[in-house]
Write a protein that binds this ligand. Structure first.
Ligand SMILES: *Cc1c(COP(=O)(O)O)cnc(C)c1O
Length: 388
C-alpha cells in the first residue's frame, strides 16, 4: 500500500498540516512498519491491500439503521453490507430467508447483540459461559444486567460439558442461554454446539438460546475438515464473527447473524432515519462493509481455503519447530493458535506475545510466515542461553 500521507501534502479544509505534525505522522508510520514485521501474537491478519478503496474515504458514508431497509440518507453502503452478511449467512448455514444480520464494529458488539436478543426472548434466562471466554463477556453481561454462571473449562480450553450438564440440571427453573466459544482467546478451543444442544435435549429443556462467539474461528470454520459444530444447523441462534481477524482490515469490524424470528421481536421503526432501528449503534460505519466486500470478492471461497490451509501448515510447523528445541508447544486440533510456556519478557515484548498463567501463544494468521517462526525460535534459544 502506498503511503498516501507522504505523497500528498496533508491538507484539511484548505489548511496545511504544520510541519512538526507532519513529522509526527511520518515517525508514527515508520514505527508501525517495524511493529507489523513482528506481530505474531494477536489474531489479526495483515496481508491485505485495500488501496483501491481509498477514493471512498472522500465520502461521509453512514449505514445507520437496518441494512435490509431503505434509508433516507443516500450515502450508505447497505448494498455491500447485505452482500457481506449474506455471504457469511451461507457459510454459517443460516436457514434460507429466515436470518438477519449486519456489519458490526467487531465481535464484542456482535456478542452484545446476541446476548441482547437472548435476554429479550428469555428475560429470566441465565447465561452459561466457560472460564476461557473472552474478557468482554463479563462487561457485556454487566451492561445487560443478566444473571450468569461460569462453567469450568477442560485443560485444552473447551467447555467442561459434565460441569455444564450438572449445573443445568440443578437450575431447571430458569431458561439457559449458552454462550459458546468457537475459538477461545488463549487456546483456540472450540465448544461443540452440537454436543451442547444434545445436553439440552437430554434434559428436556425447551426454552433455551445458544449464542456462538465465533470471533476468532468463524472466518474459517467452514473451511476446516471436518468443520467444528459452530453454525445454525448445529443449533446456534446467533453468531458473531470478527472481520479484522481472518480476512484482515485496517479498521476493526465484524458480522453478527441471528435467526430472523428473534430479531423481529425487537425492532422499532424510527421516522427520523426512515429505517428500522435493529442495530446497537446509531450511526454505523459505511466503510468497513466495503472492506469486507472487497476481501470476499477478491479472495473468493478458493482464496479463503488457501489462507486457511497456509495457517494450519504454519501452525503445525511452529509446534514441531518449538518441540525440536525442547519447548513444550501444543495446539488444539485444526487451530492456528500455538500454546507454549512463556518465554523471557524480552522475547514476549519483541514478538507481541499475549501471555496468561505462565503460558504464551502465537497465532499463525495468514500473514505469518515460517521465516518469522524461525526468527522467534532463534530468539528463544538465544535468551535461554542454548546453542543457536
Ligand atoms: C477477538 C475476540 C472477541 C472480541 O472481538 P472484537 O472483534 O475484538 O471485539 C471476542 N471473543 C473472542 C473469542 C475473540 O477471539
Amino acid at each position: 500500500m502506498t503511503y498516501m500521507i507522504k505523497q500528498k501534502a496533508c491538507r484539511m479544509m484548505g489548511m496545511a498540516l504544520p510541519r512538526t505534525d507532519q513529522m509526527q505522522l511520518d515517525q508514527f508510520y515508520e514505527k508501525l512498519e517495524q511493529f507489523a514485521q513482528r506481530e505474531i501474537g494477536y489474531p489479526v491478519a495483515f496481508d491485505f491491500d485495500y488501496s483501491a478503496l481509498i477514493p471512498f474515504l472522500s465520502f461521509s458514508l453512514n449505514n445507520a439503521g437496518d441494512p435490509f431497509m431503505p434509508m433516507t440518507y443516500l450515502l450508505n453502503s447497505h448494498d455491500f453490507e447485505r452482500e457481506v452478511v449474506s455471504f457469511y449467512a451461507q457459510l454459517a448455514k443460516a436457514p434460507e430467508d429466515q436470518w438477519w444480520g449486519y456489519v458490526t464494529n467487531g465481535s464484542t458488539e456482535g456478542n452484545l447483540y446476541g446476548l441482547y436478543l437472548a435476554r429479550e426472548l428469555l428475560p429470566n434466562g441465565i447465561v452459561y459461559f466457560s472460564q476461557d471466554s473472552h474478557y468482554s463477556v463479563g462487561k457485556n453481561l454487566h451492561f445487560l444486567n443478566m444473571r450468569h454462571i461460569m462453567i469450568r473449562s477442560q485443560p485444552n480450553g473447551e467447555m467442561d460439558y459434565d460441569d455444564l450438564r450438572e449445573t443445568l440440571r440443578i437450575r431447571r427453573d430458569a431458561p439457559p442461554i449458552i454462550f459458546a466459544n468457537v475459538g477461545t482467546t488463549m487456546k483456540e478451543a472450540r465448544d461443540d454446539i452440537g454436543l451442547i444442544r444434545s445436553i439440552l435435549d437430554d434434559l428436556a429443556i425447551e426454552d433455551r438460546y445458544i449464542h456462538c462467539d465465533a470471533a476468532l474461528s468463524g472466518g474459517y470454520a467452514a473451511f476446516l475438515d471436518p468443520p467444528p459444530a459452530w453454525n445454525f444447523e448445529d443449533g446456534a441462534d446467533s453468531i458473531a464473527i470478527s472481520g479484522h481477524k481472518f480476512l484482515g482490515s485496517p479498521i476493526p469490524c465484524g458480522i453478527v447473524l441471528a435467526r430472523r424470528g428473534h430479531v423481529d421481536r425487537i425492532g422499532h421503526s424510527v421516522a427520523y432515519i426512515g429505517s428500522v432501528d435493529t442495530t446497537i449503534s446509531g450511526s454505523r460505519n459505511g466503510f468497513t462493509p466495503l472492506l469486507l466486500w472487497y476481501a470476499i470478492r477478491t479472495l473468493g471461497l478458493e482464496g479463503m481455503k488457501q489462507r486457511t490451509q497456509h495457517s494450519l501448515e504454519t501452525a503445525a510447523y511452529a509446534v514441531s519447530s518449538l518441540q525440536e528445541i525442547g519447548v513444550e508447544a501444543w495446539r488444539n486440533p485444526q487451530a492456528f493458535t500455538v500454546v507454549f510456556p512463556q518465554p523471557s519478557p524480552a522475547v514476549r515484548e519483541k514478538w507481541q506475545l499475549a501471555s496468561a498463567n505462565g503460558f504464551s501463544h502465537l497465532i499463525c494468521m495468514p500473514h505469518v510466515q515460517r521465516q518469522q517462526i524461525d526468527e522467534l525460535i532463534a530468539d528463544i534459544q538465544a535468551s535461554s542461553g542454548a546453542d543457536p
